[in-house]
Write a protein that binds this ligand. Structure first.
Ligand code: 13P
Ligand code: SF4
Length: 338
């Protein structure tokens, strides 16, 4: 066990290596400790639906990317602890440059965000589509947001794209699957960046058909980050919040869920009388667990709140530029009643 003489020493170590070698008293009730620390420090805990169940249960707000950004924009708390991935915490920091934003594990990245390096995107746009406006999915870096005209999430992408004049030339980045879905729904000719999410691309068409055959009374529901041939099988397509609400309202009692597995926790909690089957990949791995989202744990969350680290920062100029398209998204969403 490593011994730290001072809190500063411990925090330095956290910043450097993360939390893996930090000692935590195994008899601690982490739920109680986290609740206590949140009150003591005037901190709000925001969690995405893809977090493990315990983190969702201890959070002050659980939501999809839009809901989380809206909560981050209106909180009075001094500290925002973001149980999600880096781009989400970055968005919260851009909305709150003077607040402390903490992410339990700084390595919690996103394959979709990584699939669109900002400098490559800038060169590609300049060479091919200099006059296009840029509509960017929130799953991207702050630097890419700073180059965008408006940000979207999976719950408002259709409405935001429709807010542009019909003849406006638009690039949609970085998710080609969500982009193709939005293009089909809006009838717009969107130029798509070739990015995707490693979790949503892994679902197997064959396994989905097998699940439908085995559970003929179940409805298949899917996130629009899935590939188009998977979406063709779906009875309902929506963001994580959209999917959750659908399962709550629907008369159907059984669902096959094609998105990250974390959402099943909330679905089962909200509708204990209904049956939920997770979508499958072609292999036997738990590929529908996002490895980035699942880097956060209750232990890391506790340490993060206790020592106020690791902190997410965004370079000031980038932050100022990125705020405009994020704010535009929040304003359009408010107008759309989302
Ligand atoms: P939503 O939160 O918009 O449903 O997006 C899912 C996702 O992949 C987040 O990383
Ligand atoms: Fe990124 Fe996909 Fe994980 Fe969401 S589920 S954080 S899009 S890799």
């Amino acid at each position: 066990m490593l011994v730290y003489k001072t809190v500063e020493e411990k925090m330095k170590r956290i910043d450097k290596v993360g939390f893996l070698d930090l000692d935590i008293d195994p008899t601690l009730d982490l739920f109680e400790e986290i609740e206590k620390l949140k009150k003591e420090k005037n901190a709000i805990l925001l969690a995405h639906y893809y977090q493990e169940g315990d983190i969702q249960d201890v959070a002050d707000f659980v939501g999809d990317s839009l809901g989380l950004a809206q909560q981050a924009a209106k909180t009075d708390a001094e500290i925002i602890v973001f149980a999600g991935v880096h781009f989400m915490a970055e968005t919260a920091k851009i909305l709150n440059p003077h607040k402390t934003v903490l992410l339990p594990d700084l390595n919690a990245g996103c394959s979709l965000s990584d699939s669109c390096p900002p400098e490559k995107f800038a060169a590609w746009k300049a060479a091919n589509y200099p006059d296009h406006k840029v509509v960017t999915y929130i799953n991207c870096s702050a630097a890419l947001k700073a180059m965008s005209d408006v940000i979207v999430t999976s719950s408002n992408a259709i409405g935001v794209v429709e807010s542009f004049p019909k003849d406006e030339k638009l690039i949609f980045a970085p998710d080609k699957n969500l982009g193709a879905y939005v293009a089909e729904k809006t009838g717009r000719d969107l130029v798509l960046w070739n990015g995707s999410c490693m979790v949503h691309e892994i679902f197997s068409y064959k396994k989905a058909v097998e699940l439908k055959t085995r559970h003929p009374q179940a409805q298949l529901i899917a996130h629009p980050e899935c590939e188009s041939h998977i979406l063709e099988l779906a009875d309902f397509i929506g963001s994580t919040t959209g999917l959750l609400k659908y399962t709550q309202k629907s008369d159907c009692k059984e669902f096959i869920v094609l998105t990250e597995s974390g959402i099943l926790h909330k679905m089962r909690k909200e509708s204990p009388d209904k049956i939920f089957h997770a979508g499958l990949s072609d292999s036997t791995c738990a590929c529908n667990d996002c490895p980035h989202m699942k880097l956060n744990t209750m232990e890391k969350l506790y340490i993060c709140l206790k020592y106020g680290a690791p902190e997410v920062t965004v370079e000031a100029e980038t932050s100022k530029k990125a705020l405009l398209p994020i704010q535009r998204m929040l304003d359009i969403s408010a107008k759309l009643g989302l």
